[in-house]
Design a protein around this ligand. Sequence first.
Ligand SMILES: Nc1ncnc2c1ncn2[C@@H]1O[C@H](COP(=O)(O)OP(=O)(O)OP(=O)(O)O)[C@@H](O)[C@H]1O
Ligand SMILES: [Mg+2]
Length: 318
Amino acid sequence: MTAILTEGLTKNFGDLCAVEGLDLSVDKEIFGLLGPNGSGKTTTVLMLTTLLAQTKGSASICGHDTRLDPEKVRDCISYVPQDMAVDTNLTGRENMLIFAWLYGIPNPKDKVDELLAVMELSDRADDLAKTYSGGMRRRLELAEALVHEPEVIFLDEPTIGLDVAARRNIWTHIRKMTRKGMTIFMTTHYMDEADQYCDRVGIISRGKIAALGTPSTLKAHLMKDVITVTIEGDYAPVQLDGSMFVGQSDDSISFTVENGREALPLLADALKQSGNRVKAMSLREPSLDDVFLQSVGKQEEPKGFEEFKFHMMLHRRH
Ligand SMILES: Nc1ncnc2c1ncn2[C@@H]1O[C@H](COP(=O)(O)OP(=O)(O)OP(=O)(O)O)[C@@H](O)[C@H]1O
Ligand SMILES: [Mg+2]
């Protein structure tokens, strides 16, 4: 039975099509859904976790339809949302015990002890969660998600706002979960993480999948060297045979070229002739960032998005 299967999954909010015709099949792997702000990642996760009804199409989790059998779906999943999910006025252990009780776990104390140990929280288990660092809170949320031994775990930006060491630590724990045969469906903005830890990634742009595959196949599709150019001021577009513009982020612009060493001086000349003031140029192999940029291009965040998101966050925090 495929862990996650969607067919033409679509969600409209009024005139806005947040997710459009999503066809996905995910099973016993770490799957990363990547995409710019407002591209439809959380909306997708909410539909898959039965928290939001789709407008069209279907989704099933472990063979259960999210619309027809939501209870059965909830029995086999866990969801760690994008915003805070622990009660900071309770201790770590109390947070866990509530979860274990809600799920009717036999021997809840033993289960809670075991998971606190897995997430390396045993020594802080009796401190209030408000005294935890961001990384510790995230680990507590992961521990909660594991209480009823779900087959599929949804993680919305599990490492957002954490420092490098805390991110690596969270990933070590997520990897451990997949070794037990779980399916992890996650969203992230960190391309380096997706590249390193996801078995497959889907890049979503304006509600549609723009690229899907293992990080290495997606990078291999670019098949070329990448030249990154840092310029001063606005970029004046250049045309050079054999080079292709990938995308622009801040003041750096990327091009794919067949042969980096040959193209570098030619591109430098072409940039200069078009009136660009080049500060630096570098040559490297393609990264998932390049795949991302090429798939989504440089796009504006949908209007009104920040305000909407801000109010949602305030609402959830109260
Ligand atoms: N309840 C809602 N009502 C109206 N519009 C919504 C609602 N939820 C989401 N949207 C809109 O749907 C689009 C997709 O939002 P979504 O939260 O899925 O994006 P995201 O990819 O998770 O973004 P981020 O990376 O910022 O978390 C956005 O334009 C958003 O404003
Ligand atoms: Mg989101």
